[in-house]
Design a protein around this ligand. Sequence first.
Ligand code: ADP
Length: 244
Amino acid sequence: MGGRDATMVLLDENGIRCDGRKIDEPRRIMIKAGGLKNADGSAYIEFGNNKILVGVFGPRDVHPKHMSNTDTGILRVRYHMEPFSVDERKRPAPSRREIEISKVIKEALEPAVMLEKFPRTAVDVFIEVLQADGGTRCAALTAASVALADAGIPMRDMVAAIAAGKVADTIILDVNNEEDQAGQADMPVGYMPSLEKITLLQLDGVLTPEEYKKCVDVGVQGCKVVYELQKKALTDKYFGKGGD
Ligand code: ADP
């Protein structure tokens, strides 16, 4: 979260947010399964102005070999932001933030992937953020789940993700970049709707316990909407339009 800019109108007198949305309205979300010829599975997502491409490779041999596990497969995730993905050119070297988000996404995906079926192997997930506008970890996690399913990796469920938050003392769904910078709280939530399990929950900002519970609830409900779009992306590719 950046500095709190008190002059910015994050919520007007009609309950409309700075980008024209209602408090419980997600940004426009478009998910496409597949698209990368050289990957075993892939997905592209537009989540508002976020644009993210994910490629999945594996299960495949692990190099170096000592990193492999004889009991289970391993999941490796690399979240990378293109230098041109933000207004001010980002330094190309991996940042601490990218390393942390890679870890967060890996840990959020692990409960969904049946890695025990592929001992000694690795499944690699490469996330390329082409354009960032707040909420990239949620959009990336959502797309990564679709790319893993597209790769045919056995899964218990898909993880859908979206952030809840607080601006102008009001709980909102799907925090954009301005709301993240100037708002009061940002809570990314990753949820497996069929298993009814949360696999990602972070909080940046200040909430009362009641607001915290409401944010979790709003986030989980939002994940259910995202989940329908994930399933639609897969059915469009495998049973309808949009195949490649
Ligand atoms: P998330 O993208 O998951 O919300 P953060 O809260 O760390 O993760 O970042 C919020 C937003 O800040 C990003 O989506 C992006 O729009 C912007 N941002 C992140 N890193 C940079 C950077 N190095 N330069 C400019 N903007 C950035």
